[in-house]
Design a protein around this ligand. Structure first.
Ligand code: HEC
Ligand code: HEC
Length: 271
């Protein structure tokens, strides 16, 4: 056994491994903190220090002078919770019916639209309430509806939602398992990350906040899907519908719109 000491710089092997380790650490730090972050074009780095802070996960507001990145479009301020309409009183429906007189021109006398406006009869109260708030606050905008929502109080919107939700809704489509439902509705497009519409807009149960689509005019459904796809409509929470619509083909959009409007049924039965 040699009595040469291991941990001393006189040992050539020890020196080489220590220097080698330090060298690797420096190169790794340069790659991870400087080179990789600076190649990322979408982040606005104003120098190596920012790149280092960013790579190390330092909150941007600490080193960017408090600049917070704002979304380009106005997003919804509504949070969908089971408590959203928990305080609806029994008078709501009656008050809502009176307020609804000014909506009948477009949404029909009993909430069923003859024109291409959406039906409101039997729509979930939370959906109506949320859409009205979004129109009022500008998260959703439409030349006709935005001014209509402008002067409604919070109570008005709750009452209108309660009234329309109390009206009989257009019946659900045939079962989703029905072979005649378009593939996009029944199965989605898994390769393009599109969940089946029926998962959220199902006739039997629905995911909170998903509107009742059955019976909507085809032109309306199509226009909303196109608006989500192009980013013209941005009030869906977490972009859930934008992510669906932008991955749909034009044919799938038509098929879904026709299906929910029951146009397919009419075509097939020769009406
Ligand atoms: C002059 C016609 C008109 C009047 C009056 C009108 N609306 Fe509308 N409403 C529309 C149109 C058109 C849309 C679809 C907007 C779009 O394409 O984004 C709409 C959309 C809506 C929606 C969204 C529905 C959904 O499924 O997303 C709600 C809720 C609504 N209106 C409620 C009302 C209420 C409540 C009133 C009365 C206070 C009213 N509207 C008065 C034309 C009208
Ligand atoms: C993960 C759940 C989910 C899936 C899957 C989904 N949707 Fe939606 N959809 C929503 C939600 C939530 C909204 C309400 C957005 C908002 O708050 O404005 C919505 C809104 C819509 C609207 C607007 C309705 C109106 O009255 O304004 C249409 C049309 C629509 N979806 C069609 C579809 C179609 C067609 C599919 C299948 C290709 C689909 N959705 C799949 C959750 C979903």
């Amino acid at each position: 056994m040699s009595d040469e000491r291991l941990f001393t710089f006189r040992n050539r092997w020890f020196t080489v491994s220590v220097l080698g380790t330090i060298g690797i650490a420096i190169v790794a730090a340069l790659i991870g903190f400087v080179w990789l972050p600076s190649v990322q074009r979408d982040a606005q780095f104003s120098g190596i220090w920012n790149a280092i802070c960013s790579a190390a996960g330092v909150p941007r507001s600490w080193y960017a002078g408090g600049v917070i990145v704002e979304p380009e479009a106005k997003l919804t301020s509504v949070e969908m919770t089971p408590q959203l309409l928990a305080t609806v009183s029994s008078n709501s429906i009656g008050r809502g019916a009176t307020l609804a007189l000014r909506c009948t021109m477009c949404h029909g006398e009993r909430g069923m639209s003859d024109a291409n406006s959406p039906n409101l009869a039997g729509q979930y109260a939370a959906v109506i309430y949320k859409q009205l708030i979004d129109f009022q606050k500008g998260a959703r905008s439409n030349a006709v509806m935005s001014p209509m929502a402008m002067n409604l109080s919070d109570q008005d919107m709750r009452d209108l939602a309660a009234y329309y939700a109390s009206l009989p809704r257009p019946s659900a489509q045939r079962k989703v398992s029905d072979a005649r439902a378009p593939a996009i509705v029944a199965h989605g497009a898994p390769m393009r990350n599109v969940a089946p519409c029926a998962v959220c807009h199902g006739g039997i149960d629905s995911k909170a906040g998903s509107p009742w689509l059955d019976g909507l005019p085809a032109a309306y459904t199509k226009s909303q899907l196109l608006a989500f796809a192009s980013g013209a409509r941005t009030n869906d929470i977490d972009g859930v519908m934008r992510n669906v619509a932008r991955n749909m083909t034009a044919e799938e959009i038509d098929a879904a719109a026709m299906y929910y409007a029951r146009e397919l049924e009419k075509v097939r039965s020769g009406q």
